[in-house]
Design a protein. Structure first.
Length: 327
């Protein structure tokens, strides 16, 4: 069996975690794979035509294919898998109106020509099921061999931390009053941002770390409390909670807005805490800042959950089984 993967870019996080890290498992199972970035224009698609023709299954990650390409693939009787981990049918949280006819029609068209859909969470699955009957949920996992548990050390400093990119930094900006209030309340608290861009704060020490793949795990281990603030909107419900999965994966408990998959990954008062309002954020962060033993206990529970449910070692056999059933 030959599977051709189409991804946004080899360095894009979704490509890395929802496609590239699965390839060794496919190879071990005897599946031949090829990975290509989405081409630009007619000439780009023409250059991909031979490998697409040669594949048995075309696995499309997140972006929607042009109708002409979809029609051509179906004429060749290719099986198409569509994998998505964002609410691509809606506008993002910065838009006043989340609804977009263009996005909805593009999503609907993609699913019309697709044989199987893989959604990153239950909300996305429900959206896909409006247009397709064969949809499965597969979370965005971490590699259990790479995500080693942090070693607990005694320190007066408590490190609040967030990891992300420029596309989601606005969530941290919107909650800036919370971080500053916690900084005024606890002089030993530091806010760490691991990203390609940063916010500016007052009243709390700010540690800026430029994201780097090779250093990412050590940077995550340096945190004491992970942060995942969201808005309660359609775009945010499509988020797949990967920041939380990363925090818990190294044994760091998290405080989150209980929206979408966040409610599934974080069990309130077990491996982290839920916070709906800014006052609740300050309250819940205070609980963890003041109690190192609780942080350690929740971190252990969080890591156990991730190792049981959210690793590529757990998810790869499921994806392989679905792909083989399709072939």
């Amino acid at each position: 069996m030959k599977v051709v993967f189409l991804v946004q870019g080899m360095s894009v996080a979704a490509s890395r975690y929802r496609v590239l890290q699965y390839l060794p498992f496919f190879h071990t199972a005897g599946v031949d794979t090829k990975v290509f970035e989405f081409p630009a224009g007619v000439a780009g698609w023409s250059s991909l035509w031979e490998p697409l023709r040669d594949g048995d299954i075309i696995f499309v990650q997140r972006k929607r294919l042009p109708r002409s390409v979809l029609l051509a693939l179906k004429r060749l009787k290719k099986k198409i898998v569509y994998d998505f981990d964002d609410a691509v049918m809606f506008k993002n949280s910065l838009s006043k109106n989340p609804y977009s006819l263009r996005r909805t029609m593009s999503f609907k068209r993609m699913l019309h020509y697709t044989d199987f859909v893989v959604a990153g969470n239950e909300f996305l699955k429900q959206e896909a099921e409006k247009y397709h009957s064969n949809v499965k949920v597969l979370p965005t996992p971490v590699d259990a061999e790479r995500y080693q548990e942090k070693q607990i050390s005694v320190s007066d400093t408590v490190n609040l931390g967030w990891i992300g990119d420029h596309g989601s930094i606005h969530y941290m900006e919107s909650y800036k009053d919370v971080w500053e209030a916690v900084g005024r309340k606890y002089k030993n608290v530091v806010l760490t941002i691991i990203c390609d861009t940063f916010i500016e704060t007052r009243d709390i020490s700010l540690r800026k770390i430029l994201w780097n793949y090779e250093r990412e795990i050590d940077d995550l281990k340096s945190l004491d409390i992970g942060l995942m603030p969201l808005f309660d909107d359609l775009w945010s419900k499509g988020k797949c909670g990967f920041k939380i999965i990363q925090y818990l994966g190294v044994g760091v408990p998290a405080v989150c807005t209980p929206v979408g998959i966040n409610r599934d990954v974080i069990e309130d008062n077990v491996n982290g805490l839920w916070a709906n309002t800014q006052d609740e954020w300050i309250e819940k962060l205070s609980v963890l800042v003041e109690d190192a033993s609780l942080r350690e206990k929740m971190g252990r529970e969080g890591r156990r959950k991730i190792m049981d449910e959210y690793t590529v070692q757990v998810c790869a056999p499921k994806l392989l089984e679905w792909i083989k059933e399709l072939a």
